[in-house]
Design a protein around this ligand. Structure first.
Ligand SMILES: Cc1cc2nc3c(=O)[nH]c(=O)nc-3n(C[C@H](O)[C@H](O)[C@H](O)COP(=O)(O)O)c2cc1C
Length: 342
């Protein structure tokens, strides 16, 4: 609770995945949480929780292969395919170091540390989910990065794959699981429900997928990761607004948060928590404080006493103009563009 107009108290607290957070702002997976010092900086800057950077299925397999090789059970055959994947030192730490980081981070801070697994199959690597919980993770985030470039794979098969991964992790652990959802499903709402049925306690909208570019002079595919912009909140904003009130799970927003305005919008759509990475990479961890102060100022100016009061106030089910969400509005927008230019 913080001061509100001298008399009232402003309550920024929120419940996310059953965890009590002091406010809704979470530091999402990024290189800033790669070290214990980085995690401490995020916690000191005021993050309500931290989602660690992801441990990848390929990293775990790589480690398992190395161990099998060293104890003489197998030859180190898949070196070629694994060469596509960066060495641990190039991108992330290995599985052992990841568990150590969870252990240290959860003891060095008084906020929930959420571990993140990035994988696409439901075999072998899921065991690490248990280890992450034992190390101190309060919840597990699943980033199921599956790009069906094989054009023979049907949408039903893709969806099944997501559900299988969630079910497998659900069987492995009892802590809350949250899925960082892809925006590319034919029926986002139906898929969201299937994932919750499979055991997800929360959904993060949306995973910002890697999209390669071309360098046309050198004719190579470029892998450039660009930080997000404000305008990117719109797709998650739409779907959080639609899902709010229909899901038996927590909803978190990721993408495009640069300041307090985006946080207010996401909360009004119906998010229980709001995540940011790009803004912290641009301005440093202390930007968390700037966003939070902006949220408090906005709430005070609008005489809003709690985050709870804001949640879902502009969702589809509570919106004064529900037609703004549907197809008819699309036509209206297209027509209004033409009118404003002539
Ligand atoms: C440099 C960088 C590294 C990231 N690493 C991860 C990761 O390991 N796992 C993950 O789930 N998301 C990762 N993300 C995605 C962010 O957690 C976040 O969802 C995304 O950047 C959208 O949020 P933003 O607009 O606040 O940046 C990464 C993003 C950036 C910019």
């Amino acid at each position: 609770m913080t001061g509100f107009d001298g008399e009232n108290l402003m309550d920024l607290s929120t419940k996310y995945l059953g965890l009590d957070l002091k406010h809704p702002l979470i530091a999402s997976s990024s290189p800033q949480s790669k070290s214990l010092e980085g995690v401490k900086r995020l916690a000191d800057a005021g993050a309500a929780a931290i989602s660690l950077f992801s441990l990848f299925e390929e990293q775990i397999r790589h480690e398992q292969e190395k161990i099998e090789f060293l104890i003489g059970r197998t030859t180190y055959t898949s070196a070629e395919s694994l060469s596509f994947f960066p060495q641990s030192q190039d991108y992330n730490v290995g599985p052992g170091e990841y568990l150590e980081l969870i252990y240290q981070a959860s003891r060095a801070t008084d906020i929930p540390i959420i571990a993140s697994l990035n994988g696409v199959t439901e075999h072998g690597w899921i065991e690490y989910a248990k280890d992450m919980v034992e190390a101190g993770a309060k919840a597990l985030e699943l980033n199921i990065f599956f790009l069906p470039v094989d054009i023979h794979v049907s949408s039903a098969e893709v969806e099944e794959q997501y559900v299988n991964v969630v079910q497998a992790v659900r069987h492995a652990v009892t802590v809350p699981i949250v899925v960082k959802l892809s925006p590319f499903f034919s029926s986002t709402g139906h898929m969201a429900q299937r994932l919750v049925k499979a055991g997800a306690n929360g959904l993060i909208l949306f995973n910002r997928f890697y999209q390669p570019d071309f360098d046309i002079e050198n004719r190579v595919v470029e892998s450039r990761l660009e930080l997000s912009h404000q305008s990117e909140i719109r797709l998650p904003l739409l779907w959080i607004s639609v899902l709010y009130g229909h899901m038996h799970c927590s909803l978190a927003a990721t993408s495009g948060v640069q300041g307090a305005t985006e946080v207010v919008k996401y909360l009004m759509a119906g998010a229980d928590a709001v995540m940011t990475t790009s803004s912290l990479l641009r301005h440093g961890e202390s930007h968390l404080g700037v966003i939070l102060a902006g949220l408090e100022t906005w709430m005070a100016a609008h005489r809003i006493e709690s985050v709870e009061q804001m949640k879902g106030s502009m969702s589809l089910q509570n919106c004064a103009e529900p037609e703004a969400f549907v197809r008819a509005n699309y036509l209206k927008i297209l027509q209004s563009y033409g009118k404003s230019r002539v």
